[in-house]
Design a protein around this ligand. Structure first.
Ligand SMILES: Cc1cc2nc3c(=O)[nH]c(=O)nc-3n(C[C@H](O)[C@H](O)[C@H](O)COP(=O)(O)OP(=O)(O)OC[C@H]3O[C@@H](n4cnc5c(N)ncnc54)[C@H](O)[C@@H]3O)c2cc1C
Length: 318
């Protein structure tokens, strides 16, 4: 029976993949397993079972206490070499993307990275990913005996948890000391923000040209309890925001209940990051802006006029 093996350095993303793999497993007649690596790995087994894993492979080998991508690729290779493992699903986090390529090379497998959707077709998994700078969607499948697919975080929902028994396999891994070592850790300059978990998100685009105007936009964000995100230019070129706040193909994928775009045209490279928002609202001077095609509530107008009015109204509501 074939096996779907899941791993991600972020448990929340791994839970999404384990939950979805349960559905794949039914269609494929497969089992679902997860690799738990590093300090405290053994203590997570029940969480993984509750999301649907049949089996977990556990190693708390000392060299796995820090995430060295080459070492993690070695560890996963040794686990995935088990003859039943046909599919390896990884989270397409920064680390997961690199891991996917390295692991696939070691397993002599084909790899797909940054999948935006995965489904079963003809006994295989088919993944959708954006191609040509986000202008088109390619549906791809791997034909090697083992297949590695890294999936964007929040592509799937972690399902409901159910108490469930599973098999714990303590693996004895043969791992070398890493060839690189961490000599110092420093906090990253800039802000720490988890945009992908924001319930309310307000994004600033190139239509907002005066940095001073951020003050009114921040006031609006505060009033509705929203995080602020942005398109590429305000982060990469103007450096108004850290890259952590960039939303889209090269940035974060978000699923807020409410997303408000201010001065954003709606190019696909941005909208792929907000497409799954429950409600989309737009403020733009151009009534033909692409953004309006996916908008639930739109205001055609200059943000410099509209935003202060919204702030005033919200304040009056207390
Ligand atoms: C490989 C690749 C990856 C990329 N990745 C990303 C990504 O992850 N995220 C991302 O965002 N972009 C990304 N981009 C860039 C993307 O293609 C677009 O260029 C970008 O999203 C456009 O940003 P924008 O909407 O802010 O600016 P613009 O397209 O310039 O739109 C500005 C909008 O503001 C409106 N406007 C102007 N003045 C006002 C006003 N006073 N009030 C209200 N509205 C006003 C205009 O009508 C216009 O619609 C990527 C590009 C490539 C090639």
């Amino acid at each position: 029976m074939s096996e779907i093996l899941v791993f991600c350095d972020k448990d929340e993303t791994a839970f999404e993949l384990v939950s979805k793999s349960r559905e794949f497993a039914k269609e494929l007649g497969a089992t679902v397993s997860a690799a738990l690596l590093g300090n405290g790995a053994a203590g997570k087994a029940d969480d993984y079972f509750s999301y649907g894993a049949d089996r977990v492979y556990v190693s708390e080998h000392s060299v796995l206490s820090d995430f060295y991508v080459a070492t993690y690729a070695d560890a996963l290779q040794q686990i995935a070499e088990g003859e039943d493992v046909e599919f390896v699903l990884l989270g397409s986090t920064k680390r997961g993307k690199e891991l996917a390529g390295r692991l696939a090379q070691k397993l002599n497998a084909g790899a797909i990275t940054d999948a935006n959707d995965v489904r079963v077709s003809d006994g295989n998994l088919v993944a959708d990913r954006y191609a040509y700078g986000g202008n088109t969607l390619a549906s791809v499948a791997v034909n090697t005996p083992k297949k590695v697919i890294s999936v964007m975080p929040r592509t799937f929902e972690a399902g409901l948890r159910e108490a469930k028994e599973g098999e714990v396999v303590n693996v004895d891994l043969d791992l070398k000391d890493p060839e690189v070592r961490v000599v110092e850790r420093r906090d990253k300059a800039g802000d720490e923000v988890n945009l992908d978990e924001a319930e309310m998100l307000l994004c600033v685009g190139r239509g907002v040209q005066n940095k001073e105007d951020l003050e009114m936009i921040e006031e609006l964000a505060d009033l509705i309890g929203a995080e602020i995100g942005c398109t590429k230019t305000p982060a990469s070129d103007w450096e108004w925001f850290s890259e952590e706040r960039m939303v889209g193909l090269s940035g974060k994928k978000c699923k807020p209940s409410l997303y408000i775009s201010i001065g954003i045209s709606g190019q696909i490279q941005h909208t792929v990051g907000v497409m799954d928002s429950k409600i989309i609202a737009t403020i733009n001077t151009d009534e033909n802006a692409l953004m309006f095609n996916i908008t639930d509530y739109g205001i055609v107008g200059d943000y410099a006029v509209v935003v202060p009015k919204l702030v005033e109204k919200l304040k009056s509501l207390g």
